[in-house]
Design a protein around this ligand. Structure first.
Ligand SMILES: [Zn+2]
Length: 289
């Protein structure tokens, strides 16, 4: 197991946000101000099939990332994070058939960007389709903007990808188009507040996804898993075999775990925090090799 230690201050980050530049309800300035009021540190503006350099909208607190959301047919939408130009399917080109999804993923990667497959559950994507596509870096395991659509979680997709040996990270995002959908799902990044550091931390998986509960410390030396977190109802450690360790607070709470990993050869472990109000957080997978 690769040694891992995530600790120290984090950047509260929403990686999926719309403005009036595509189908959002609020202007860029209104959206940045709203996220600043919610104490976010990093915001990716990801309008559909449009790219524009919004980085000058950054404030003293909020770093605005250069990004967009190439949106292809069959609801195959991607986040192109840290990309500084229009993608091949944007800006006037008409062919946005899903047969081009792989081409756009590869294009994002060639730009040294971070590529994400968005809201698989909302897109109705079979796991076979996610396995057919390659080289994307992450999927949205929680797209909070789909709350009320019955499709905000894509954990079954994620677990199946991980079980099949696919190394993809898990994001939570707002996919905000309105005001009610702000501050519902985000990632906490362990890095400095520059675009280069943010993109590097995303590539390295140095973050966790959350709807509220926070990890303070995630450490694994290959033998022992050590966690500290907000008080929660339960902590679950999952592998390709499902939950392999659960600490449940009953009517109380738990705020950490120190657990020697079993010798049975797990391909990976990942951790979930469960709060009594239903809010959850997800660590990234920690790989055995
Ligand atoms: Zn979107």
């Amino acid at each position: 197991m690769q040694p891992l230690c995530l600790t120290g201050p984090t950047l509260k980050t929403n990686l999926h946000t719309h403005t009036t530049f595509s189908d959002g309800t609020f202007t860029l300035a209104q959206v940045v101000a709203a996220y600043e009021a919610l104490e976010y540190d990093v915001l990716a503006i990801t309008d559909h099939n449009r790219w524009q350099d919004h980085t000058s909208a950054s404030t003293g607190r909020v770093l605005v990332l250069s990004s967009n959301e190439p949106s292809l047919a069959q609801r195959e939408h991607l986040l192109a994070l840290g990309v500084h130009q229009t993608s091949p399917v944007d800006a006037g080109e008409r062919d946005r058939s899903s047969s081009r999804t792989q081409e756009v993923i590869d294009w994002i990667n060639e730009q040294s960007g971070f590529s994400v497959l968005n809201h698989p559950a909302w897109s109705g994507m079979p796991v076979d389709r996610l396995l057919e596509l390659e080289r994307y870096h992450a999927i949205e395991v929680c797209n909070a903007g789909c709350t009320g659509h019955g499709s905000e979680f894509s954990l079954t997709h994620w677990d199946e990808l991980l079980r099949r040996g696919r190394r993809v990270w898990g994001l939570a995002t707002d996919d905000s188009h309105y005001d009610w959908d702000r501050g519902l799902g985000w990632v906490e990044l362990f890095c400095e507040r520059t675009e280069a550091a943010v993109i590097r931390a995303l590539h390295e998986g140095r973050f966790y996804a959350t709807m509220g509960p926070r990890f303070e410390h995630i450490e694994c030396d290959g033998e022992t898993l050590r966690l500290r977190c907000d008080p929660v109802m339960g902590i679950a450690v999952l592998s390709e075999q499902g939950p392999i360790k659960v600490v449940h607070g009953g009517f109380g709470t738990v705020d950490g775990l120190e657990w020697k990993l079993p010798d049975r050869g797990h391909r990976y472990v990942r951790v979930e925090l469960h709060r009594a109000d239903g809010k959850k957080a997800w660590s990234n997978p920690i790989w055995a090799d």
